[in-house]
Design a protein around this ligand. Structure first.
Ligand code: HGY
Ligand code: MN
Ligand code: MN
Length: 419
């Protein structure tokens, strides 16, 4: 695949360095046993990842700052920047899920640095300042909600509330942020972007299946996360007749089956029980308690609400049937987002000009862009994921595809700076 037209004769993405940095960052938190790497938000491994990205920002002589929720910003100032003009922003995240791939989030942050590096290498300055952001706790697996840093930045969650969040490990977010040394001074939202672009791997099967190089991401699914607790009765596995059981483990399995059937029948709704804990969790005792999470997604708000209502009704019914108590706790609820049409058009035009096949699409995954879209025009660019795999050590995108995505990002940035 050769590029028909590079973004600009003088500004070039250093693709080899981008790929090298992705590998280097991907080594931090590596787990040779299980595979992949784990850099859960605000852990020592994530701090090491932060330190490396900050080092690379400083090597590019960017103005580096952290805000009170630990979002990291590196800014290449334009000569005309008297602080009155909002910067063009690119970004994503560098925290990961457990045993993650090396690209989710990191690609968007490091490709942003590659765009800035192209200016530095050409010895030129952008017409408008450019800021690269690495947002705190995008994955939301230790502290909910996900996309937390960008949500606070966009004013969707107060920084105080975020700092007081208690994680699934019982730690307080603010304490961990201070412990790793990234409790910054900047007020979240202090740097309001003129526009925001996020380059990300698709993490799904569409681009590869259709042999398409660039995804023009014009929307993003709604997300509903809840924790469900089932209180049943422990009893002897060998003596208790089925009709007398109040089996919390069975209820969890019944919900799992219900959700699969709901997703298959609804078509666009996706349902996942990602965390499941039962007590006492021993072989010959009927589970007295089950605690599990439900992740529901749909591009359409009304269908997402319908899935939530149908689950709630099923929980009432199964609680009655099994004689258990069920309580639910809402963890996250984000409506579907439509990105900025003008930016999506610009991404499509760049892909076209550069000779890349492209298609418009919605994102199934949550991204920081959905939060920044609350305060600035935002859109995303996807590149293919091999086998549609992500949140898995086998996550992969070919180097050439990664570099092509970064070149599209550069081309869009150059156009938007001139807009
Ligand atoms: O949950 C998500 O979609 C994202 O990976 N945080
Ligand atoms: Mn991501
Ligand atoms: Mn992710």
């Amino acid at each position: 695949m050769s590029i028909l037209a590079f973004p600009s004769p003088s500004l070039q993405i250093d693709g080899a360095l981008l790929v090298k940095q992705l590998h280097e960052l991907g080594e931090i938190g590596a787990d040779p046993e299980v595979g992949g790497r784990t850099r859960i938000a605000l852990t020592d491994d994530e701090r090491a990842g932060r330190d490396l990205v900050v080092k690379w920002m400083r090597e590019l002589d960017l103005d580096v700052g952290f805000d009170r929720i630990g979002n990291i910003f590196g800014t290449l100032r334009s000569d005309s920047d008297d602080g009155s003009r909002r910067p063009l922003m690119m970004g994503s995240h560098i925290d990961t899920v457990k045993n993650a791939g090396a690209l989710d989030g990191c690609y968007g942050v490091l490709a942003g640095l590659a765009v800035v590096r192209a200016f530095r290498a050409a010895g030129t300055k952008p017409a408008r300042s450019i800021t690269v952001a690495a947002f705190t706790n995008e994955e939301g697996i230790r502290y909910q909600p996900d996309m937390m840093g960008s949500l606070v930045y966009a004013g969707g969650l107060s920084v105080e509330e975020a700092l007081d969040t208690v994680g699934i490990d019982g730690t307080r977010l603010g304490d961990e942020l201070s412990r790793i040394g990234y409790a910054g001074e900047l007020e979240p939202g202090a740097i309001v972007p003129h526009e925001y672009l996020e380059l990300h791997i698709e993490q799904g099967p569409i681009l590869e299946a259709e042999n398409i190089r660039i995804g023009v991401v014009e929307s993003l699914k709604g997300i509903s996360w809840q924790r469900i607790t089932v209180q049943g009765n422990a009893n002897h596995a060998g003596t208790t007749p089925t009709r007398l059981r109040h089996d919390a483990g069975w209820v969890a399995a019944a919900v799992q089956t219900f959700l699969r059937e709901l997703a298959v029948s609804a078509g666009t709704t996706l349902a996942t029980i990602g965390m499941l804990h039962i007590e006492p969790n021993v072989i010959n005792v009927i589970p007295r308690k089950a605690v599990f999470t439900v992740d529901l997604r749909d591009p359409d708000e009304l269908r997402l609400q319908d899935a939530e209502h149908r689950l709630a009704a099923f929980l009432v019914e199964v609680a009655e049937k099994e004689g258990v108590k069920i309580s639910t706790e809402r963890l996250v609820r984000f409506e579907p987002v439509v990105f900025n049409a003008q930016l999506a058009d610009a991404i499509e035009a760049s892909a076209e000009k550069m000779g890349f096949t492209h298609r418009r699409m919605t994102s199934g995954a949550g991204h920081d862009a959905q939060m920044i879209a609350r305060i600035a025009p935002a859109a995303m660019i996807f590149v293919p994921s091999r086998g549609g795999v992500s949140h898995n050590p086998r996550e992969h995108t070919d180097d050439g595809q990664l570099v092509d995505g970064a070149n599209v990002l550069l081309d869009v940035v150059l156009k938007r700076l001139a807009a």
